[in-house]
Design a protein around this ligand. Structure first.
Ligand code: NAD
Ligand code: UFG
Length: 335
């Protein structure tokens, strides 16, 4: 079967393309390269000894999409393409809604015209909102999101629910990612943010490799065991494999949501210690003021994914640190 992977030249997309090719799928990647790299796909080909088809194009471009669907016999779509920086979304809400919501509508229309009705969508733990009790469970309703990025994910979940109501053969899996980190075990592909990293792990890795002086730990006075925020970090290859598991559940019509996380919260200070002990590299850090919008802690109850998809996270925090460091030290400036 051929899978269309939108955003497949990005961080999670490129790792998922490896898992798909390894599992025997053919892959067509559509990416406009606004935050991805064609080099990542050359490296995917080195890892798997198979090459995905790459089309440089935009999910908002209906002509490009209808051409793509007429040329390739697509069985299902894994939809990663989108903008993902929380802070930027506050400054540029229209861009975020245009790409994340508008782009998904354009994609769904093209899929429908081509008779393609299966989608795995990249959602986020952020849809549980500001007030949700932890651990987050799929039985909890979506909550109040605090920024346009989070709102765009919640809107797309809702529109996919409406689409599956209207189209009886439609089948959608919403994967709610917690905090993906790490890199493929080869060290050939990994996370390569443009500019100053927003997220903890890539920032820490750039400090370790000497690109940044020190890590700022945002807040040391949270109501958590060591005062720093706790998150559910999962290995990007476990996340990638979750998409392969989700594809096999797309025989069932309707929409289903799954948390993809480990179920174990880890604090920022524990992350620093784990990185230092696995790599032998010290991370200079300073505890500074809280970052606006951060929740003290949240993590997944991942049991539904194990029951419904047969998926669970297999790689531990030490592997996440070792694999991040292999990627970053072999590629200090990224791709
Ligand atoms: P990423 O930025 O590395 O990948 C997204 C890819 O989409 C990039 O290659 C980019 O060039 C491409 N893209 C963006 N707009 C496009 C457009 N209009 N047309 C075609 N391609 C376009 O991000 P990622 O971390 O790999 O995230 C992938 C998906 O997972 C995103 O939808 C993101 O919101 C979601 N997600 C990520 C995280 C995380 O922590 N990384 C957490 C939850 C959800
Ligand atoms: N942190 C620091 N210093 C940094 C960067 C982050 O101390 O330089 C801290 C944050 O304050 C937070 C933790 O590290 O406590 C994790 O922060 P990330 O930015 O790595 O991840 P978030 O949990 O804030 O964000 C993630 C996804 C978003 C999603 C959000 C809510 O990256 O896409 O979860 O679900 F919206």
């Amino acid at each position: 079967m051929t899978i269309l992977v939108t955003g497949g030249a990005g961080y999670i997309g490129s790792h998922t393309v490896v898992s798909l090719l390894d599992a025997g799928f053919d892959v067509v990647v559509l990416d406009n390269l606004c935050n991805g790299s064609a080099e990542s796909l050359s490296r995917v080909a080195s890892i798997t000894a198979k090459a995905p088809v790459f089309i440089e194009g935009d999910i908002r471009d209906s002509v490009c999409l209808s051409d793509l669907f007429s040329r390739y016999d697509i069985g299902a779509v894994i939809h990663f393409a989108g903008l993902k920086a929380v802070g930027e979304s506050v400054l540029k809400p229209l861009d975020y809604y245009e790409t994340n919501v508008g782009g998904t509508i354009t994609l769904l229309k093209a899929m429908q015209s081509a008779g393609v009705h299966k989608m795995v969508f990249s959602s986020s733990a952020t849809v549980y909102g500001l007030e949700a009790p932890t651990p987050y469970e799929e039985t909890q309703p979506r909550g109040t999101t605090s920024n346009p990025y989070g709102s765009s994910k919640a809107m797309v979940e809702r529109l996919l629910e409406d689409w599956t109501q209207a189209v009886p053969e439609a089948s959608v899996v919403l994967l709610r990612y917690f905090n993906p980190i790490g890199a493929h075990e080869s060290g050939l592909i990994g996370e390569d943010p443009q500019g100053i990293p927003n997220n903890l792990m890539p920032f820490m890795a750039q400090v370790a490799v000497g690109r940044r002086d020190k890590l700022s730990v945002f807040g040391g006075d949270y109501p958590t065991p060591d005062g720093t925020c706790r998150r559910d970090y999962l290995h990007v290859m476990d996340l990638a494999e979750g998409h392969v598991s989700a594809l096999s559940s797309l025989e069932q019509p309707g929409v289903r949501a799954f948390n993809l996380g480990t179920g174990a919260p880890v604090s920022v200070l524990e992350m620093i210690r784990a990185f230092e002990s696995q790599t032998g590299v010290q991370i200079p850090f300073e505890i500074v003021a809280r970052r606006a919008g951060d929740l003290p802690e949240f993590w997944a109850n991942p049991e539904k994914a194990q029951r419904g998809l047969g998926w669970f996270a297999k790689r531990d925090l030490d592997a996440m640190m070792v694999d991040t460091w292999r990627w970053q030290s072999n590629n200090p400036e990224g791709y």
